[in-house]
Design a protein around this ligand. Sequence first.
Ligand SMILES: Nc1ncnc2c1ncn2[C@@H]1O[C@H](COP(=O)(O)OP(=O)(O)OP(=O)(O)O)[C@@H](O)[C@H]1O
Ligand SMILES: [Mg+2]
Length: 277
Amino acid sequence: MNGKPHSALEGVAHRPGTSKPDPILVVEETRRSFGGLRAVDVEHLEVQRGAITALIGPNGAGKTTLFNVLTGFERADAGSWAFDGTPLQGRRAHQIARAGMVRTFQLTKALARLTVLDNMLLASPAQRGERFTGALAQSWRLQEERNRRQAQELLERFGLTALSGQFAGTLSGGQRKLLEMARSLMAGPRLLMLDEPMAGVNPALRGSLLEHIHGIKQEGATVVFIEHDMDVVMGISDWVVVMAEGRLIAEGPPAAVGADPLVIDAYLGRRRGGGTT
Ligand SMILES: Nc1ncnc2c1ncn2[C@@H]1O[C@H](COP(=O)(O)OP(=O)(O)OP(=O)(O)O)[C@@H](O)[C@H]1O
Ligand SMILES: [Mg+2]
């Protein structure tokens, strides 16, 4: 955990599906179609432990669907993936989260009619009833205290303490993104998957979100994030994976990927073609 995945990734080949020195997530032959549309068709993907990986690609490339499949929110038609050596295909979303692989949503899922603090508490893994069957009331109370303390610490860290008693529905878009990120940390994830954490966030809060993503990496977690803003991608990622039409089309360090004609064409091609294929 030395915060130097850059050097770890130095010798890695710049091609889609390339192997990494220390992958925390390995995806194999994973596919998902909707009707005749292949939304995800990933032959091989490895995510380097301790790095920040950006997943980019034009609208409809399959980025969110890939997240959904890997985190158990959508079933795969085929494929397998292992998180730290543990196969996770076929597992349900809460099992995957409990294993340490936690995602956030492109459209935030904060519950508008609950307070900010309650949204946090709802995300603690031990908050689930099934874990308490047969447990002593005493240990349950201790756990609840721990959860509350952790929620308050995270709210403090994300600058949300003053809002903790407010309904989440009253927060601005940017504040909701902060809440979503804070909430995703309640479960102590080792791999955090963020779906467009900056979307709709004003410039003032963007800087703060970026710092938080960096902070998560400094603490030793691995981050994969989906992002459209290339300045953000260039500024924060150690590695970039590019998807188009369900497939991986490029991988590499940000500068190399940004200059890749294939990548430029995938974006511009989509814009020129007006989304028709
Ligand atoms: N539940 C669904 N039913 C039918 N089609 C779907 C469903 N979910 C996604 N799709 C289609 O799958 C393709 C990939 O969608 P996805 O949301 O994964 O793209 P994305 O890369 O996340 O795009 P964006 O950058 O716009 O968020 C799109 O063509 C989309 O319309
Ligand atoms: Mg998406």
